[in-house]
Design a protein. Structure first.
Length: 147
């Protein structure tokens, strides 16, 4: 069995276009070399908690940052956030909601559940790339997480 790789970023996004834009933005600014992508909330939870198709993954190989879309198939982003922030082993992983929703209720609920940041995806690529690279730089380089 292969040794599990510790990914810098877990990108939870169901839109292939947004996945490519996010990866290109991070790679362009050399923010993260290791990005793991899952396409729905159910797969995200399996990955984070080493269950189901990721049962072989060691829990200590969790990402340094989770970029989480709000509107996801199977399990929505708010439920993923609730589970991550309510578990003692994962609650310190920074979670950034990266979504197109500007609804005040989504923002309020995300912060109530413990999101570290809420970013509305800009439509224009350069603005999107700048936002993604800045948040990656902050959470992966500048921010000091607990050991």
């Amino acid at each position: 069995m292969k040794k599990a790789i510790a990914f810098d970023i877990l990108l939870v996004e169901d839109n292939p276009h947004d996945v490519e834009l996010t990866k290109r933005a991070l790679e362009k600014h050399k923010v993260a070399n290791r990005i793991f992508v899952v396409k729905d909330g159910e797969e995200a939870l399996e990955y984070i908690f080493s269950e189901g198709r990721y049962a072989h993954k060691k829990k200590k190989t969790n990402p340094k940052l989770i970029l989480l879309d709000l509107k996801l198939p199977k399990v929505d982003g708010l439920e993923v956030l609730r589970r991550v922030k309510s578990d003692k082993n994962t609650k310190t992983i920074p979670v950034v909601m990266l979504t197109s929703s500007q609804m005040e209720s989504d923002i309020i609920e995300s912060y109530r559940l413990g999101v570290n940041s809420y970013i509305v995806k800009p439509v224009e690529f350069d603005a999107f790339a700048k936002s993604v690279s800045e948040l990656g730089l902050y959470w992966l380089v500048i921010n000091q997480p607990p050991k």
